[in-house]
Design a protein around this ligand. Structure first.
Ligand code: KG4
Ligand code: ZN
Length: 357
């Protein structure tokens, strides 16, 4: 019987310090042995957003403790780890450097292979931790910094079908929350407010709804929310605005996903098409429902990571590490942190004023 690989994953790209140990069972199914995430919400709350230097300092303070905890909880001895995988990008450079240096130092001292991981690839592969998922599949990545449709052809092989041309959807949730007076990070709270409101109270714009293929835009929506929020007086009006915002996002994601389905089908001829929705915003229950319904209508299988693996975590980084380990795809110890690291390096840069769709 061959020993199954044991991978340590480390994540510090933004405001979560995380470490995880994963392996696979006899059938080759990935198994999480520990998954420790330490959030810095309390540090950044008073500033209304992530302060990079404070985030980096906190990563430095916690990374060894969090890693030790992950080791202790997994019951794995440090010398039994087969490889160390750490997020190398994209993200805040001061934050990335902490986990990356720590991971390299561990790999070097233990004399084990080091694997530099793309954080977005971690999100992309996160459902493999609880579902059987073969390539190719369609991915909608919805997080605080990214909103993209990608055809995932294989490990490290991505074709971008669409992207936001301005804000990420998570950013739109967080900004709307801020305008409604909800404490940072407010995105998840919008869902709670929305349940108490009338989704048809405010008609909000859906930028590039009828053009641009499955590219998306949320900046105009944010501006409309800003205008309305200035006139709001009662709590009920806040709930109504949250509900109207949530509904608008659902409609945008439904329509754009439907277009992405067609583009994916043109690129890939497979029997059972799969649609993976990953990233922090994939924790939104209504978005899950709406996209699951769309999949039923269109003959796709909807796949979501479990809620606790939607946000940033190190199990998904270890998951990429596990796949790379099996293919002997190792990184040099001088591999750099990459604040910008698109999954599809060939895709055109589609951001800002003057973008033609
Ligand atoms: O993937 P993630 O943890 O970090 C990034 O890589 O960006 O995503 C964080 C984003 C935040 O914008 C947060 O507000 C949003 O995910 N988010 C949600 C929900 N839970 C987290 N947005 C809407 N509904 C939720 N339930
Ligand atoms: Zn993320």
């Amino acid at each position: 019987m061959n020993k199954k690989p044991i991978i340590l994953g480390i994540e510090s790209s933004c405001d979560e310090t995380a470490a995880s140990i994963i392996t696979e069972n006899e059938q080759g199914v990935p198994t999480i042995l520990s998954n420790i995430v330490s959030s810095q919400v309390d540090i950044h709350k008073e500033f209304g957003g992530v302060v990079p230097e404070l985030a980096a300092r906190s990563h430095i303070e916690k990374i060894d403790l969090i890693t030790k905890k992950a080791l202790d909880e997994s019951g794995v001895k440090i010398e039994d780890i087969d490889a160390i995988a750490a997020t190398a990008g994209p993200g805040l450079i001061v934050c990335l450097s902490v986990g990356l240096s720590f991971g390299k130092a561990m790999a070097s001292s233990l004399n084990k292979p080091f694997i530099a991981v793309n954080h977005l690839e971690g999100h992309a592969l996160s459902p493999k931790l609880n579902s059987e998922l073969n390539y190719p599949y369609l991915l909608l990545l919805i997080s605080g910094g990214h909103t993209q449709f990608l055809s995932v052809q294989g490990l490290g092989n991505y074709k971008r079908l669409g992207t936001t041309i301005d804000d990420a959807v998570g950013e739109a949730f967080d900004k709307t929350a801020k305008l409604l007076g909800i404490e940072f990070p407010g995105g998840p709270q919008i869902e709670v407010y929305a349940k108490k409101g009338d989704p048809n109270k405010y008609l909000l714009p859906k930028p590039i709804f009828h053009k641009g293929g499955c590219n998306l835009s949320f900046a105009g929506l944010k501006t409309a929310v800003l205008k309305i929020s200035k006139q709001i007086k009662t709590d009920q009006e806040k709930y109504d605005l949250a509900a109207s915002f949530q509904k608008t996002i659902e409609e945008i994601l439904y329509k754009k996903s439907k277009i992405a389905f067609e583009e994916f089908k043109k690129m890939n001829e497979i029997k059972k098409n799969k649609f993976v929705v990953a990233g922090g915003v994939a924790a939104n229950k209504r978005i899950r429902e709406v996209l699951t319904n769309l999949c039923e209508e269109e003959g796709f299988e909807a796949i979501f990571p479990p809620i606790n693996l939607c946000g940033d975590n190190a199990a998904m980084i270890a998951m990429v590490g596990l796949e790379k380990f099996k293919l002997n795809q190792f990184s040099e110890l001088d591999s750099p942190a990459k604040p910008r690291w698109p999954l599809d390096a060939d895709a055109a840069f589609l951001k800002g004023a003057g973008v033609r769709l």
